[in-house]
Design a binder for this molecule. Structure first.
Ligand code: F0G
Length: 358
């Protein structure tokens, strides 16, 4: 059996060598790429899901964080800083803890999921809630990194994109080629940029015969790339992508152009519906922001844009356990009430409509 060494060791030749003594890894990458027959049936395409919730801190951020933290340590940094809607802060805090340095994390007050907040605290992050949104947090993080001895690990740091592009390598390795379409959530558009780069490298190396059309999705209330302008007050229940001024805006437009790609907007109700379909029919539980890949596919397939038999990969970016409350919410806005019965076998059998075997 091959024991996975994390993305820096697995792809050392492709990422530019980092001094082996400073590699900071928690074993990220090597995540499952799973067929999703229920989604193939619904769309007529051949649909696969790249399950990034299986990374060590439960999101794709770990692929970039291993590179960013390793380089930070290599350069002698004693502290890193990031702005975050939750997942970046969880990942930065965990990797900094492993490296034995400090992570300062700036998050919008009251707007990040409880699981992610717990992770940042558990990993000894210096957590600061900002009275403002993510875009305000990022501006402050960038200014601090410019003027103080703290190393920025947001995706404006190119090391992050370098690490994240390895997910595209893995897709090509498993499928034997690039897919026809790749669907992905978009916040800062760092990951959209990263996959585009990874796929283009694989095509340039001759390992893939094509580059997939990159289809990125934003929540209806925070869709600056779709609208073509900054959204001042972004809103969505998908808190991970509640971003009005994407940091990788220009890179994302370039990648869309180069891949004959697309940016679309999806409303919150459809995001939650897609989350239920993926969990209930495929067995993969993701946070709302990640479910937008599924919602985007269903919408584009319905619009006739995805041909029958097309090979489609969806990236689902973060684990459902980070923000579990939405799974319990019914479409009428009330919460699911689990059935309660007395501790008697006959009671349970009755609720389950089971008849005794004769
Ligand atoms: N999905 C999840 C679960 C995320 O946490 C993020 C971004 C995205 C998608 C979008 O990726 O920004 O590269 O376009 N989360 C960042 C954070 C902003 O702070 O955790 P992107």
């Amino acid at each position: 059996a091959h024991l996975w060494g994390g993305v820096l060791r697995e792809y050392a030749d492709r990422l530019g060598v980092t001094d082996a003594s400073t590699v900071v890894t928690l074993g990220e990458g090597g995540t499952p790429l799973l067929p999703a027959p229920a989604l193939s049936r619904r769309t007529g395409a051949d649909v696969w899901v790249k399950y990034e919730g299986m990374n060590p801190t439960g999101s794709f951020k770990d692929r970039g964080m291993t590179v960013a933290l390793s380089r930070a340590v290599e350069h002698g940094a004693k502290a890193v800083i990031c702005a975050s809607t939750g997942n970046t802060s969880a990942s930065a805090a965990a990797y900094a803890a492993h490296a034995g340095i400090t992570a300062a994390v700036l998050v919008p007050e009251g707007k990040i999921a409880m699981g992610k907040l717990s992770q940042a605290v558990a990993h000894n992050g210096r957590l600061i809630q900002i009275r403002g949104n993510f875009d305000d947090c990022l501006e402050i993080a960038r200014e601090l990194a410019d003027h103080y001895p703290v190393h920025l690990v947001n995706s404006v740091n190119p090391d992050r994109i370098e690490g994240q592009k390895t997910a595209a390598y893995e897709v090509v390795e498993v499928l034997g080629d690039a897919p026809d379409f790749h669907f992905i959530p978009v916040g800062n558009a760092g990951n959209y940029t990263a996959y585009s780069r990874g796929y283009r490298e694989e095509a340039a190396r001759g390992v893939a015969t094509r580059v997939p059309r990159m289809f990125g999705f934003q929540a209806e209330g925070s869709a600056p790339l779709v609208r073509g302008e900054v959204v001042k007050q972004p809103e969505t229940i998908a808190s991970a992508i509640r971003i009005g001024n994407p940091a990788s805006w220009d890179l994302a437009l370039e990648a869309r152009e180069a891949t004959d790609g697309y940016f679309g907007a999806i409303d919150d109700a459809r995001i939650l519906e897609a989350q239920k379909i993926l969990a209930g029919e495929v067995g993969i539980f993701v946070e709302p922001a990640s479910a937008i890949s599924v919602a985007g596919l269903l919408e584009r397939a319905e619009a006739g844009i995805v041909p029958a038999g097309a090979k489609v990969v969806l990236t689902v970016t973060g684990h459902g356990l980070k923000d579990p409350q939405w799974a319990l919410r019914k479409s009428d806005g009330t919460d699911v009430q689990p059935t309660v019965v007395d501790a008697a076998t006959s009671e349970v059998a009755s609720v389950l409509d089971l008849q005794p075997v004769t």
